[in-house]
Ligand binder design. Structure first.
Ligand code: NAD
Length: 267
């Protein structure tokens, strides 16, 4: 029997730890080895926790190409298919290799400052926001076509799988998780004759490049939030968002899970 290796990412909460013990008891006798430290030759990344734990695992593993398999102990669980009810059935399917894999495309942000250019990737979304609850002013271009100057709380650039998170709260649309492309959704735009405004969020194809640029006097007045983690870039000039094909793989045991999940948790 070939040993299969599982990298374990876990939220250290009592329900998650109890599930870990259950999984170890089930999988180890079936020839699996569970590693609490990340091994790059492992077969699976197993994440026990909520969506936040999943996001953290993907970033911590530096967007590992090893397939992720999620067990939800949180309330929502848009990345984590298995829950307590389906756990044993899905563990059996994992052992038998009875699953399929989907691909979740990430969005890249190229952050240009007066001294350096940085790259970041998100699973859910980037948001451009004011650090001090001030109005953020910026220009928006797509594929080098200047569209408009915006002012308000900022902008969300969301992946399809992140569309049910912050993007949805800000009035964006729900996109099927494995669609190619991304969405931009303004955050509380100022509405007056002085300012231009986007009439709704926009869904862009994968090939589109979206540029957010800041006037010189605004350059230290915006920060970038990546999947809930804030970064303040000094001398920020512009941020270009795009999809480059960078992705993560996720194991699914039920191909219609997405629709059941939407029905159970959102609709
Ligand atoms: P968290 O764990 O408190 O997550 C916030 C909530 O967002 C949780 O209920 C989580 O289940 C849910 N969530 C996360 N990803 C989701 C997805 N793809 N689809 C549906 N729901 C999802 O906070 P965190 O761990 O720091 O997570 C960061 C995420 O929180 C961000 O990526 C952002 O999407 C979300 N967020 C939402 C709002 C808002 O809706 N107003 C504000 C800030 C952050």
């Amino acid at each position: 029997m070939m040993t299969k290796i599982i990298n374990l990412f876990i939220k250290p909460s009592p329900p998650a730890l109890a599930i870990r013990d259950h999984i170890v008891n089930y999988l180890v006798p079936q020839g699996f080895r569970i590693s609490p430290v990340y091994l790059d030759h492992a077969d699976y990344n197993l994440v026990i926790g909520g969506d936040g734990t999943f996001l953290h695992a993907v970033h911590k593993s530096q967007f590992s190409t090893i397939p992720f398999c999620g067990i939800n102990t949180g309330t929502l669980g848009f990345f984590q298919e298995s829950d307590l009810d389906s756990l044993d059935k899905n563990l059996k399917k994992l052992v038998e290799g009875d699953y399929h894999m989907d691909e979740l495309l990430l969005v890249e942000a190229e952050v240009e400052t007066s001294s350096w250019t940085y790259r970041r990737w998100c699973v859910n979304e980037f948001s451009v926001q004011s650090p001090k609850r001030k109005t953020v002013h910026f220009s928006l271009s797509v594929d080098q076509v200047p569209l408009l100057h915006l002012a308000g709380d900022g902008l969300i650039v969301s992946t399809p799988s992140g569309s049910t998170a912050y993007n949805l709260s800000a009035g964006g649309a729900i996109l099927y998780q494995t669609l190619k492309g991304y969405q931009i959704t303004p955050l509380n735009q100022l509405r007056s004759k002085t300012y231009e405004a986007l009439p709704s969020s926009i869904v862009l194809p994968s090939s589109a490049e979206t540029e957010v640029s800041f006037p010189p006097d605004e350059k230290d007045k915006a920060l970038l939030v990546t999947d809930g983690v804030e970064e303040h870039f000094l001398g920020l000039k512009k941020i270009t968002f795009r999809q480059t094909g960078k992705k993560i793989h996720r194991i699914l045991f039920n191909s219609n899970w997405y629709w059941y999940n939407l029905k159970d948790k959102l609709i």
